[in-house]
Ligand binder design. Structure first.
Ligand SMILES: [Zn+2]
Length: 345
């Protein structure tokens, strides 16, 4: 059964939800993950389908996707391609696994190439984050995280795409009168090679994790981060503001918001965090980890010491990104000593 999407409903409830003519939202589960679910969008493509994002390669997610496709009178062989917004496992890995069986094409932003190469190399995942945490002065947190290493990446989940999507590329989905054009726009920040897909005629934006309605996306959790992830992210948000407004189709969270409305909120959020970080430095906190300890975290305003190690890592890395922007703007100075960055005003 296909229902009309309800912005006020539980967005994680399994099913197929019509969010625009020929566009369906299919939430797939993310067990043991704070994000709870990921939205895959099915777009009518002639007598088949194009899927934007693919979900995490998990048996439960595959089963629900098969059921959802059946409700659309389709099956995996009818999926022509996956357009994947970025290389995180909850978006990419199911595309790679299904491709091996069914042969659909997989496309991913060009900017993800260097990170995917590292994932597929001998170098362990997470090295980049460890280096960033060390510079942030989070040595104790690093020791805790070292006792709980993530499982090594499964090579069966991390094959290369058939196609690297370039910034500004136009992807035609379907043929004739019912065809639509999706404009791929590079939006680095959440990851280096994140892309969004704009259907300008229909006024839709498949936003991946770039613009999320209820949370601010993590920055640069990837093997090959850019030198200033927050600057990249803020620039990519401004870019959305210069483009026509559209209905927001996010990868996590409900539909129902407008892109510009949410972009403005995200920019304001980061402006406030930059201010709070600057204040903490003025008050004498000198490393990113110390500054993170002075700020409230999550909607519940949790203290850093009360976060679990993974979220404490996210908080510390995000603070390091904020401090780096303050350095770029000339508001604070940074000096390195014994491999740790110290900030002063
Ligand atoms: Zn995601």
């Amino acid at each position: 059964m296909i229902l009309d999407d309800d912005p006020d409903g539980d967005w994680t409830a399994p099913g197929v939800f019509r969010c625009a003519p020929g566009v369906y939202r299919i939430p797939l589960p993310l067990p043991n993950d704070g994000l709870r679910a990921v939205n895959v969008y099915a777009v009518a493509d002639g007598d088949g389908l194009t899927l934007v994002d693919a979900g995490w390669a998990l048996a439960e997610a595959r089963e629900l996707l098969a059921k959802a496709l059946a409700a659309l009178d389709a099956g995996f062989p009818d999926v022509r391609q996956f357009l994947v917004t970025h290389v995180h496992r909850d978006h990419y890995t199911q595309a790679v696994v299904l491709r091996r069986e069914f042969g659909m094409k997989v496309a991913l932003g060009r900017g993800e190439e260097s990170g995917l190469k590292i994932i597929n190399s001998e170098r362990a995942d997470g090295t980049a984050n460890q280096a960033r945490l060390a510079r942030a002065g989070a040595q104790e947190l690093l020791r805790t995280l070292a006792t709980m290493p993530p499982p090594p990446p499964d090579p069966a989940h991390w094959g290369y795409p058939d196609h690297w999507i370039e910034d500004g590329e136009e992807i035609v989905v379907g043929e004739g009168e019912t065809s639509r054009r999706l404009l791929a726009v590079a939006t680095p920040g959440h990851t280096r090679g994140h892309v969004v897909f704009a259907d300008e005629l229909a006024g839709l934006l498949f936003a991946g994790d770039h613009v999320l309605p209820r949370i601010t996306p993590s920055l640069a959790l990837e093997p090959d981060p850019t030198s200033s992830p927050l600057t990249a992210f803020l620039t990519s948000l401004e870019l959305m503001r210069t483009r026509p407004d559209a209905a927001l189709l996010p990868a996590h969270g409900p539909v129902g918001m407008r892109v510009h409305e949410r972009v403005d909120q995200l920019i304001a959020h980061h402006a406030a965090r930059l201010d709070a970080s600057l204040t903490a430095v003025r008050e004498g906190r000198s490393t990113a980890h110390e500054v993170a300890g002075a700020l409230p975290w999550t909607r519940r305003e949790t203290r850093l010491v009360d976060l679990d190690p993974f979220n404490a890592m996210l908080a510390t890395l995000e603070t390091a990104s904020h401090l780096q922007v303050l350095v770029e703007r000339g508001a604070v100075r940074v000096t390195e000593q014994d491999g740790i960055d110290y900030y002063t005003t």
